[in-house]
Design a protein. Structure first.
Length: 184
């Protein structure tokens, strides 16, 4: 759907998405209410939901559609596309300027980042197919070692000084991000 809107609005959708992300993120952060009591499933209900395969369908579809979107983005930016498809599907409508290019990269990068949430969910499943599919979401952003680092590093050392994925008390975002990338 988003690709059709992109085609028919000559790429102007990117600016709308960029502004909505830029405006909504700080707005929700500033106005978020802290729940009085966090409610989680009890262990029995959690096991029932974890074993119900119907909940994996939307995750699989999201990974599929995001992967197709990622390939489409590569085709648009590179100007190379499958010869059996119409060229107008891959017409570059926004990346001809530096601002348009940055907007395109931000919006599609943000969507790939959200796909990492699906990948994170999948690598926690027991089946090899789910782990492989989850790892593939991180391969697109050159972070395929997430499967090993997350399970063997973060989960084993969570909230300890050895955990690269946990910010230290008083640590600012930038030093945490650099330390997390290097140590991870």
């Amino acid at each position: 759907m988003i690709h059709l809107i992109y085609l028919h609005l000559n790429g102007n959708l990117m600016w709308v998405l960029f502004v909505s992300y830029a405006a909504n993120f700080p707005y929700y952060k500033w106005t978020a209410k802290i729940a009085w009591k966090e409610i989680n499933f009890d262990r029995v209900t959690e096991r029932v939901f974890a074993k119900d395969k119907r909940f994996l369908g939307p995750v699989y579809l999201y990974v599929l559609f995001d992967t197709l979107s990622w390939i489409w983005c590569l085709c648009v930016v590179s100007g190379v596309y499958p010869s059996w498809m119409p060229a107008e599907y891959f017409e570059d409508k926004i990346t001809k300027t530096a601002g348009g290019y940055m907007c395109f990269v931000f919006v599609w990068g943000y969507m790939a980042g959200v796909n990492g949430l699906a990948g994170h969910e999948l690598i926690h499943k027991r089946e090899a197919f789910d782990k492989m599919l989850g790892m593939s979401t991180f391969t697109k952003i050159f972070y395929s070692h997430f499967l090993l680092e997350h399970g063997s590093g973060h989960h084993r050392n969570v909230a300890t000084p050895e955990d690269a994925a946990t910010a230290r008390h008083g640590e600012n975002f930038y030093s945490f991000a650099i330390r997390s990338i290097v140590d991870g």
